[in-house]
Write a protein that binds this ligand. Sequence first.
Ligand SMILES: [Zn+2]
Length: 235
Amino acid sequence: MQNHRRHTDAQLDSQRATCEGTRIDLAAFLALSSEARAARWRQWSAADKADVVIQQLTRLGYAWDAALVETQIAKYDAKYAIGPIDQAVEGALERLAQEHSAAARLAVASGDKAHATEERRQTTAYTNALIQYRAGVRPELLASGAWLLPSRRPGEAPHIVRMDGDWTCACCAGASMHWPIALVIGLEVAQDAMQAHDDGAPESELAAALERTNEVLERMRLRDRICAARGRYAA
Ligand SMILES: [Zn+2]
C-alpha cells in the first residue's frame, strides 16, 4: 500500500513538473508592470494566451469552456492591443535601424571603414532599443527633463539620458551611441511622425481591417487548440 502510494505521488510530481514546464507563469505575468504585461501578452501565441487565461479562470474557480476562454482572450487582446503611440515608436525605431543598416552597407561598399563601424553601432543601438521597448521598457521623464532608463544587467547603474548640446548618458557609454539614447531619439521621431500624420490617414483603416481578419482566423485556429489544451489540464 505504502509503495503504491509513493509510486502515485511520484507520478503526480512528474506530471506536475511536465505541466509547469509547458505553462506560462501566471504569477510572474501578473507581477509585471502594465506596459510590460501588455508587451508580453502581444508576444504570446494563441496557445500561450489560452494557457494563461485557463490558469486564471481555474484559480478564480470558474468552470470554463472554450467559449469563455475565447471571450476572455478577446477581452485581453483589446485591453493589451498596441496603441497608436507604441505603434509609432516601434515604427520609428525599426525605420531608424533599417536606415542605419543601409548606410552601413553603403559605407562598406565605398571602403569607408570608420563610417561603416559607426553606422553598425547605430543599427545595433536602434535594434536593441526596439527589443527593449517591445519588452515593455519605458523611459521615465525626470524633473530635470532627462530620461531615466533601467540597466539591462542587474547591478549596473541605470541610464540617465539628457540633451546637452548632443544626447549624452550618465553611464560609462557617455555620448557614444547605445540603446537608451536610441530609444529617446525614437520617441522624438515618433512624436514628430504622429504630429505630421494627424489627419486620419486611410492606411490606418486598411491596417485595422487586416487586423480584424487576422483576429477571426486566429480565433478559428484557437478553437482547435483549446480542445487540445483541455485534455492537458483535465489531469
Ligand atoms: Zn547609458
